[in-house]
Design a protein around this ligand. Structure first.
Ligand SMILES: *[C@@H]1O[C@H](CO)[C@@H](O)[C@H](O)[C@H]1NC(C)=O
Ligand SMILES: *[C@@H]1O[C@H](CO)[C@@H](O)[C@H](O)[C@H]1NC(C)=O
Ligand SMILES: *[C@@H]1O[C@H](CO)[C@@H](O)[C@H](O)[C@H]1NC(C)=O
Ligand SMILES: *[C@@H]1O[C@H](CO)[C@@H](O)[C@H](O)[C@H]1NC(C)=O
Ligand SMILES: *[C@@H]1O[C@H](CO)[C@@H](O)[C@H](O)[C@H]1NC(C)=O
Length: 410
């Protein structure tokens, strides 16, 4: 990406007279020229990995349904935990419940979708002084867990979502280190609230304009959160502000909530389309960095029934002419069914295990409280080894929520 951008800029230098300096020029690109075939991006976060009964939520419709040009999928949320190991949401990422996830992301990858991980987010902890924001030896320890996860799951990049104060030096250290370890093709994105890009309120502490000035060539794009009151795409105001603050608009992916259940400030599809049409008129056909959606599983208009419909509508708005391809053999489909069963069983077992542990905890608390009043409560003991096998039936025949066999096309 960096290469094509630089190439285009030098091309521009030949075409446009009286160019002041390359530095100034990067932030004032002529968006009429086709600069990057990846644009406009369509980015989706995938955080809810299972439904409430423990069934994995398949990602494959994003490449098997027609008319979807997904460019990046962000698996989230990874958390770095003080005195602990890296987790994907509430569990270590190698837990069997995630087997379907990792198998499917590998297929998406073969279809040309870039797979990123996201670390951080609303649950604070990953960037503390005692974790990734710590002194060099603390950083080294926790960064090692992150690096190993990136390697193990062959992630194409990392989305850094800092929603707690972090210093300029510490964010620079993390980004430099990732680029050093994974090379120039590794994708780095950040996920600021939109207002942090134009001098308004921020959740990260550090200054994003300064970060871009320092590490411009190491950062691929910014997933600007344009919801929850930090900005909106109902009109062009925020885009004009980004431009005024010197941003290369192509580096900003315009973040939308996919459902009013995920965040407030959803923009109706026709208004979103009008804003993007206006953006093309004002800044050029290629000015749009892309659209990001938070998050996949319940995207409107159809919600959990057909969450991929959102991505189809976005593709129609962004670029009706393109889509990714996929080939699924019979053998691959059978393997996917088996993995789905295993992931679903593991998730179910975890839900049950946590429920039993919770029951024991509640009983013990009740016993402590009541002992003081002279009442005796008996808590039935449960052996840890029986926890899992006791609750999951031997034959796991949960009904699939995705028809892998119907996807066979090769
Ligand atoms: C974390 O470190 C920063 C300096 O990097 C310091 O200003 C801040 O007080 C520290 N916070 C805690 C909780 O130690
Ligand atoms: C980010 O927000 C904090 C808290 O509101 C503020 O103190 C800080 O100056 C802001 N930083 C930037 C770079 O805007
Ligand atoms: C853009 O929309 C926001 C939110 O609806 C509103 O506050 C603002 O005044 C609008 N700006 C323009 C220029 O219409
Ligand atoms: C977006 O708006 C333009 C201009 O009104 C229209 O031609 C186009 O069909 C709309 N696209 C979608 C996907 O609604
Ligand atoms: C498996 O399927 C049978 C028949 O549909 C049903 O009676 C049984 O409860 C199912 N078992 C599980 C674990 O879902």
């Amino acid at each position: 990406m960096r290469q094509s951008l630089l190439y285009a800029v030098s091309l521009l230098a030949n075409l446009v007279a009286a160019v002041p300096s390359p530095e100034q020029e990067v932030s004032r690109i002529d968006y009429k020229l086709p600069l990057n075939p990846e644009l406009p991006r369509l980015v989706l976060y995938y955080q809810t990995t299972h439904d409430s009964s423990g069934r994995p939520i398949s990602l494959l419709p994003l490449v098997t349904e027609l008319g979807i040009a997904l460019t990046h999928l962000i698996v989230c949320s990874f958390h770095i935990q003080e005195k602990g190991v890296i987790h994907l949401n509430d569990f270590p990422p190698h837990q069997p419940m995630f087997y379907t996830l990792w198998k499917e992301t590998a297929i998406l990858k073969k279809s040309g979708v870039k797979i990123l991980g996201m670390v951080g987010g609303a649950a604070a902890g990953s960037y503390r002084n005692s974790t990734l924001g710590g002194d060099d030896s603390t950083f080294e320890y926790y960064y090692g867990q992150l690096r190993d996860a990136i390697q193990e799951y062959e992630l194409d990049g990392l989305d850094i979502d800092v929603e707690q104060p972090m210093s300029q030096a510490k964010i620079n250290r993390l980004i430099r280190r990732l680029k050093y370890d994974f090379g120039s093709n590794f994708i780095i994105s950040l996920a600021p609230v939109a207002s942090a890009l134009h001098g308004g309120s921020n959740l990260s502490g550090f200054n994003y304009l300064r970060l871009e000035a320092d590490l411009r060539h190491k950062i691929s794009f910014y997933n600007a959160q344009l919801y929850n009151g930090f900005g909106t795409l109902r009109n062009m105001s925020v885009i004009d502000r980004f431009y005024k603050f010197g941003w290369d608009l192509q580096k900003i992916v315009l973040g939308q909530t996919t459902s009013r259940k995920n965040a407030f400030g959803i923009v109706p599809f026709d208004e979103l389309n009008s804003t993007l049409v206006a953006m093309r008129d004002r800044y050029g056909q290629n000015s749009i960095g892309g659209i990001m959606g938070w998050e996949y599983f319940n995207s409107e208009p159809f919600g959990t029934e057909r969450p991929w419909r959102w991505a189809q509508i976005m593709t129609a708005i962004l670029r009706p002419w393109a889509r990714v391809k996929l080939s699924i053999t019979h053998q691959k489909a059978v393997g996917l069914v088996e993995t789905w069963m295993e992931s679903s069983r593991a998730r179910f077992a975890e839900i049950e295990r946590l429920r039993v542990l919770e029951r024991i905890k509640n009983c013990q608390e009740a016993r402590r409280r009541n002992n003081a009043e002279g009442m005796v409560i008996y808590c039935r003991p449960v052996k840890p080894t029986t926890l899992v096998s006791a609750v999951v039936p031997d034959v796991w025949n949960m009904t699939l929520n995705v028809d892998y066999m119907a996807m066979v096309n090769a």
